[in-house]
Write a protein that binds this ligand. Structure first.
Ligand SMILES: CC(C)(COP(=O)(O)OP(=O)(O)OC[C@H]1O[C@@H](n2cnc3c(N)ncnc32)[C@H](O)[C@@H]1OP(=O)(O)O)[C@@H](O)C(=O)NCCC(=O)NCCS
Length: 188
């Protein structure tokens, strides 16, 4: 595994880059304070800008670690920051990662998260050298499952009552892609 950390990734409509302290206000206004966005997540909407600022200070301090992968999604057309995609768990021994993501409600339904996920998976397979990239969602959040499928992941199974988010305990659907599977799709 190459510990290259959070490097810039470009997709057709997005730039995925490291967070900067100046992103706090847009992050707070665009998604971190919105209870609709955090419905199926494990953290509460931020109650004030100072909460977002303090989290960004912590995240930014971790960018020196090459095993830390956490991108802000910048929308090329306007330059605004609209969401977040990151590795929520890294398994160095098996060269695998679990991904998590969330985005401003006003940008939902345009295929942007699938585009970001494809970009992140390519980076993790090709640059970091991982073999497996996975993600999971609450069974009641099928929109997120579609993102995973559209990015090429395949559903692996449903674990009963195995997760807890702001709505309580829920069944968890797992999706994943192995590097070999991505290579087959790419060479078609
Ligand atoms: C989940 C989330 C990232 C999706 O991002 P997005 O950019 O809107 O996703 P996309 O546009 O790429 O794809 C959404 C797909 O879900 C489909 N969809 C929407 N509502 C759906 C529903 N109720 N059931 C099934 N599919 C649904 C859309 O039709 C679309 O698929 P299509 O392109 O085949 O039509 C975004 O809604 C979000 O940030 N939600 C809040 C945070 C969150 O839940 N994160 C995931 C935690 S696991």
């Amino acid at each position: 595994m190459n510990k290259t950390g959070t490097q810039k990734i470009e997709t057709p409509r997005l730039i995925l880059r490291r967070f900067k302290a100046e992103d706090a206000e847009e992050m707070f206004n665009n998604w971190a304070s919105d209870p609709e966005v955090t419905r199926f997540l494990t953290w509460q909407p931020h109650s004030g800008l100072e909460v977002t600022e303090s989290i960004l200070t912590e995240w930014i301090s971790r960018y020196e670690d090459g095993g830390y992968f956490n991108w802000v999604m910048e929308y090329k057309q306007s330059g605004s920051v609209i969401g977040n995609i990151s590795v929520v768990r890294l398994y160095e021994d098996i060269e695998a990662a679990d991904i998590g993501y969330c985005m401003s409600r006003s940008f939902w339904g345009q295929g942007l998260m699938s585009e970001a996920l494809r970009g992140v998976m390519d980076y993790l397979f090709d640059v970091v050298g991982l073999n497996r990239v996975a993600a999971c969602h609450d069974v009641n959040n099928p929109r997120s499952g579609r993102v995973m499928e559209k990015a090429g992941m395949i559903q692996e199974g449903i674990l009963k009552a195995a997760g807890k988010n702001n709505l309580g305990i829920h069944d968890v659907v797992w999706h994943a892609m192995i590097r070999k599977e991505r290579d087959i799709i790419r060479n078609k």
